[in-house]
Design a protein around this ligand. Sequence first.
Ligand SMILES: *[C@@H]1O[C@H](CO)[C@@H](O)[C@H](O)[C@H]1NC(C)=O
Length: 352
Amino acid sequence: MGIYFLLLVVGLCWGQYNPNTLPKRTSIVHLFEWRWQDIAQECERYLAPNGFGGVQISPPNENVIITDPQRPWWERYQPVSYKLCTRSGNETEFRDMVTRCNNVGVHIYVDAVINHMCGANAGAGDHATCGSYFNSKTEDFPAVPYSSWDFNDQKCKSRSGNIENYHDISQVRDCRLASLLDLALEKEYVRSRIAGYLNQLVAIGVAGFRIDAAKHMWPADVKAILDKLEDLNTQWFPAGTKPFIYQEVIDLGGEPITGSQYFGNGRVTEFKYGAKLGTVLRKWDGEKMAYLKPVAMTGFVNIAGVKSGTWLSSVMWWMASLSPTGGTMAAIKWLLAVVTKASSSSIMMTGL
Ligand SMILES: *[C@@H]1O[C@H](CO)[C@@H](O)[C@H](O)[C@H]1NC(C)=O
C-alpha cells in the first residue's frame, strides 16, 4: 500500500497530470455554452467564494454557423479557424474572463477541438462565428490556413470515408467522425498550427485542456502536439508548470481502443464512472440510492461495490484523516483505482 501511495504522490507532481488548481480547491465546474462575460462574473461572485478550483469552458475558437437545426450545441465542435470568437464572446472578452477568474483563484480549462474541422457538408461561404471564409467540399480553411493536403483522405481506408467499424483502430483514428473533416495530425505543419492555437491560450493564462475526441487521434500524434506546449503564464502559475491535460476517450469496454492507451499523455475522462452511477440511479444490480449516503466520499466507494461500514471504507476514512490538506481526493482516487483495477491517473472527478 505504501508503495502505491508513493507512486500517486509522485504522479501528482508530474506536470500534465496535475490539475493546477489552488490548494484545497478540488472541483472543476463545466459551464457549457456560457458567455465569457457571465463566466467572469460567476468566478467573482460565486465560484471563488465557494472554493471552486476551475471552469471547463466551451470551445473558444471560431466554428461553423448551423441553422438547420437552429444553432445546435454541436456546431461548436465544428471548427473553421483558431480565431477566438464564438457566441460565447470575442477575444477581448475571453482575455478579460481568464484574467478575472485567475485573479480570484479560479482557473480556466479549454475544450480543445483539434481532431477535425467542420463537417464535409457544411458548405462554402463565411457562415462562421468570426466571418471567416471556408469551403468544406475543397477542404479549404484560409483563416488557419489548412488546405486539402492537411486532411486524412488518403489515409482513411473505409468505403464512405467515415468511421464505419469501431473494431478497426485505423478507421477510428484516420477516418471522419460523423463526416467531420479529419486533420492529418502526423504532419508537422498541422501539429504546429494546433500547438500555436493552444500556446496562444496558454499565454493568455488558461490552466489546461480537455482534449476533445482523443479516441479519434493516435496517442503518439497527441503527444507530439503536447510536446510543443509552453509552460503556463507565470503571472498566475509557478515557473515550469505544464498545462493540465485530460483526454476524452469514450471507453465503455468491448472495443480495441482503450483509455489506458492515452495515460502517457495525461489524464483520461472515465466514462465507466457515469455508467456505474447510472446503474445506481436505476437501482440495477441491487444498487440503491441509499448507498450514496451519507457523503459523496463513501458514495464513490459504494459505486465500486464496497458498502460503508466495511474494512475498505474504514481504511478510506483513515487515509483521508491522515492525509495532508487536499489529500482526501487523492485517497479516494487511490482506493477507487485499487477497487476498479484502473490506473489512478485515469480517474478524474469533477463537480464533487
Ligand atoms: C468584443 O465584444 C464587446 C462586447 O460585445 C465589444 O464591446 C467589443 O467591441 C468587442 N471587441 C472586438 C475587438 O470586437
